[in-house]
Design a protein around this ligand. Sequence first.
Ligand code: NAD
Ligand code: UGA
Length: 479
Amino acid sequence: MANSIKNICCIGAGFVGGPTMSVIAEKCPHLKINVVDINSERIKLWNSSDLKNLPIFEPGLENIIKVCRGVNLTFSTKVEECIAKADMVFISVNTPTKTKGIGAGQASDLKWVEACARQVAKNACGHTIVVEKSTLPVKTAEVIKKILEDAQDSGNKDSKISFDVLSNPEFLAEGTAIEDLKNPDRVLIGGENKSAILTLDKIYRNWVPKEKILHTNIWSSELAKLTANAFLAQRISSINSIGALCEATGADVREVARAIGTDSRIGSKFLDAGPGFGGSCFKKDILNLVYLSKYFGLNEVAKFWEGVVKLNDWHKHRIPELIVKKLFGTVTGKRIIILGFSFKANTNDTRESSAISICKDLLEEGAILKIHDPKVTKTQIERDLGISEKIIPDKIDNQKRYDFEGSWSYVQEFINSFEDADAVVVLTEWPEYAEINWEIVANKMRKPSWVFDARSIVSSKEVINSNINFWKIGDGSIR
Ligand code: NAD
Ligand code: UGA
């Protein structure tokens, strides 16, 4: 039997906690949802009156915040208080790759998850269902349970605290988070206690059809999340590897993708060649799978999945290398316009964005970069590149060019940035980049000029007709 719950607390107001709880609040007006975070700056932004200042950009999010915030949805730093009130606590904190110690570079750093479990153990009252929303290595539920059970056993007998632990991984993709949450392909709930599973199931049933809610054991649920990301990332490395082969042989990767994607066993999604996968999760989750495989002595399994990340890393360096090659072997003192810095369109997230490593490689080679992104701020780019912006004049005479080598500046209006440029590199598929009038741009650029399209959104015909040299990812037919 499902128990009725009234109060939910979500620990972590990030790219998952924020949108997920917003959609639950919208679909379940009878529930009170408190999202808490230790980052007071982030919470301030979640509470900003101008909805343009929300800490994350997701289409559709503003509308929900407008309706639910202050009604049945709150954002605060009152972690302890909100845990104490809650019948159900979602743990939605970051689980990045460890940077030092055992498993550094592969294993997930679980210190934030453990901290949450301890906070819940200390502050919960009555019966609390603890839900793993963060992506976690298999068997993490065991750790959380142990911490909670110890609190249960050592607590004051009168206070009668008890817990259930569930795994409910999140499959949303950034940029389409709200749509993904409202119409999920599936919702996965893993656990041991039927009643706890049904209690969470009942919340989702407010908008998700019964047949889309899958119940599994807790370890299958934890492992399914890592596996889903590994399979998705594997498709991207596969198509990017074939893209490189297309460039070498005269084939076109889009034609190959269409030809294989019509096979219903393969399917057409996630076959877009690009600058390499980014985002906070693919790399970290595969490396976590690699670590787990090694831990269990499955070295061949580890090597198989490690290959997906290695191919992606190689591919991210391949692009700047070929840019240098095409620009007569040197980009020192050359002006290159970078269009797009987020790891995909419709998000302001830059975590693991291929643009970071591509820009760093070009700066290292001495290029002068002008970087534009409609949603990423100058401060974020500064943080990612680790180099402060330098104001670069629109016109630089040849003698002065080398004063600016290896520096970059931020562009507000990309349309005004092409003056004297040697190359334009499209790294994120923002729709406005598909609308550029290349005839006008060609007149502003220095000759011979180049366009490098890593997202296949620019019209080859228009660029070539404007007498600009053109490279498009995976297109071997352009010579
Ligand atoms: P995030 O870094 O954007 O947000 C995590 C938040 O947790 C931060 O604001 C941080 O301050 C807060 N936090 C950390 N420890 C805390 C504590 N003890 N108490 C209160 N707040 C605390 O991370 P994210 O992108 O939302 O990802 C969260 C989890 O969800 C990760 O495990 C990730 O793998 C997984 N995931 C992410 C996505 C995605 O698209 N970003 C999708 C599916 C799953
Ligand atoms: C991905 C998964 O799609 C989500 O299901 C998962 O919940 C999430 O990771 C997570 O666990 O964090 P996300 O990283 O937000 O979502 O975005 P994706 O659309 O998967 O794109 C990831 C990267 O792959 C982007 O850099 C994107 O440009 C690239 N990509 C995607 C391609 O290069 N080609 C494609 O065909 C698809």
